[in-house]
Design a protein around this ligand. Sequence first.
Ligand code: FE2
Length: 297
Amino acid sequence: MIAFTPVQAMELAQVLEQLKVRPLTASLGAEISNVDLSKGVDERTFDAIYQALLRYQVLLFGPVELPPGRQVEFARRFGEVQIHVMNQYHAAAHPELYRLSNLDAQGNPTGRHPDKGTLAWHTDGSWQRRTAQVTIIYGEIVPERDGETHFCDMYGAYDRLSPEWKERIAGMRAVHNLDFSRTRRHGEQPMTDEQRAAVPPVDQPIVRTHPDTRRKCLYLGDHAEYIVGMPYEEGRALIDELNALAVQPDLIYEHRWTPGQLIVWDNRCVMHRATDYDPATQRRVVRRCTVLGEVPQ
Ligand SMILES: [Fe+2]
């Protein structure tokens, strides 16, 4: 993980200034207006971007014309890029990109939503042992209305829990299972046996400590199925209750897309969801690249 001495931190403060960082809400999200991702970023600029991400959790760039290869290149700066198990979403020539489109080969809306699982609050890759670090999403074509992306600050969600809640969930683990969430939200297109076998359920702490900031955050979302050592239905109810407690309006940034924008978020301390749109009349094509992180502690 990237660590900085105080002197470097001071230099980075200057670079942050150069990046022209504009906070989007009081709790999370910032727009970076002085970086052209289509030209690539040097080491110093990347360090500043990463520091900004640790501070703001969600970063907005663009609009910029960004070819798929450039997006993957940028993602590789953060770490090892994930090749998603749901291979039907891989972009042509770029398996690192997970492409969500409601268009047919002629570019007309099909009327089908490509992944309804994205409509529930979740954190990417919580269903694998090494969970996702960042996700980098680029809006190629975005709906004229609806189809927003929302982000929730999970540091804030944890901080606001009562001492009783914090005590109750300390040390508790939840089992995350992509097959559970996929079937629940998108049952008409279930995972294949092969996909299911590749990603067996894994248990993760409900409260995790961010490896860089060392702050605690709530770590649940829609892939969390049940609680280790608790009767199934009781665990389900607890997960639902905590997920609902987390999403308080002043901890949320709601993003309305402009074509060509790119958003990076830190899955270790953020939950996100897409909002619905009419897939019969609106067009939406986004490509997503996820970088693997660490085993949550
Ligand atoms: Fe997601």
